[in-house]
Write a protein that binds this ligand. Sequence first.
Ligand code: GLA
Length: 466
Amino acid sequence: MVVQASTPGNMSYNGLAQTPPMGWNNWNAFGCYVNNRLLETTSNLLVKYGLRDAGYQYVVVDDCWSSHRDDDSQTLVADSVRFPQGMKSIADYIHHNSMKFGIYSSAGLYTCAGYPGSLGYESIDAHTFAEWGVDFLKYDNCYNNGQSGNPSISHRRYNIMSQALRSTNRPIVYSLCNWGEDNAWSWAPTISNSWRMSGDISDNYDRADARCPCAPDNLRCPLTGFHCSMAHILTKASYLTAKAQPGAWLDLDMLEVGNGGMTQNEYKTHFSMWAAMKSPLMIGTDLENLHADDLAIYLNPAVIAVNQDPLGESINLVWRNRVIDGQTVHVSLWSGRLFNGDQIVAVVNQDRVERHVTISLADIFSDEPRKARTMNWAVHDLWGPSRLNASSLHEIMSSDSLNGSRFPESYYNATAKSYSEGVIEKDRRLIGDKIFEFGPAGQRSVSIPAHGIGFYRLRSIETFLV
Ligand code: GLA
């Protein structure tokens, strides 16, 4: 039986982003080193590597693309060295590849890197973006002239651009980036399609950095900063999962997979948890120098299917840090519902050694105890042996052709059949490898590698009515 998505919080303010946006953004890997060649090459590689057809649609240019405002029209002017043909031309190029184009500005006098901001120019800029063919706007928070400090001021400032974008009548996804300041969760969901909840990510698992000064449980952090580790953001986001909604997603920041600062197990944790929390999935690495191992992570269809699940509910933290034999074990258990009655479960090991942990149906279904007591569940590993692997991707990566390479069988083309349709048809690439079964009230020990994740889809086998 297929359970229809029932989403009382389904409130996308402009009807867009019914599932989390997926794409690529240059910032994590390139910072200000951005130009038309980079965007064009990346767009071509997104096609060649099968990423576009896996769902990564948006090519987003971050900060540093503009130079000044035109004296007469006051419109933003593209940097003539980085983008000699202007932004419309790059939008056309990306559209020609059947992808979408995203741009960046700030709700401030300047962008974070010091280029002209949109504060006071919202209507002009929204219309300029629409004329250029922009499909997505990331809207930052630097140099806001003191217009922050309480939810009402921040809401007012971000709402001006929200309305301006709507008034263009062009569908433009609005990606609000105020780092979670001023309780963004209480006002951003009604005026944007996603909202950042932390300071900027950095490419490391759990390194503390004074530039990301607040503890992750400080939801009133006055200085969100940057250089926040993946684990810091994950912990902070665990308090906000109830606020994520279809069309107004919790944005955990862009992905670091491929940038070299984490191990493969750490990147699998990063990618899986961003997917399960329904964060936008924005590839943040250099595709020209991508390793096949990292491409295999970005393309894992079973994980992407969780992110794009039509129910649009985030996974939730069930417990973290248990004392086992007198020792605190830094493991956490997460669980969440999926649209067809399956359950997504994550076991995250933040220790530097392998851990054996007991997981139970009672914990997994703590919100719905009947499912734990009365049902049998098959546990499918979403990083199991039959998943897409690096060696099967070498051929497409080394091929000269941009299009038409033969993808391995384990690759999933979501433009041919959506993830939810594939799940309904029990496509093994999406539901993973069955590893064991849980009887009613069952429990089981699982081994999770250092800094690794167990990422499972539970499927009911049959129901015992009691
Ligand atoms: C802020 C944002 C980042 C990035 C930079 C660009 O720090 O949070 O994601 O856009 O600005 O300067």
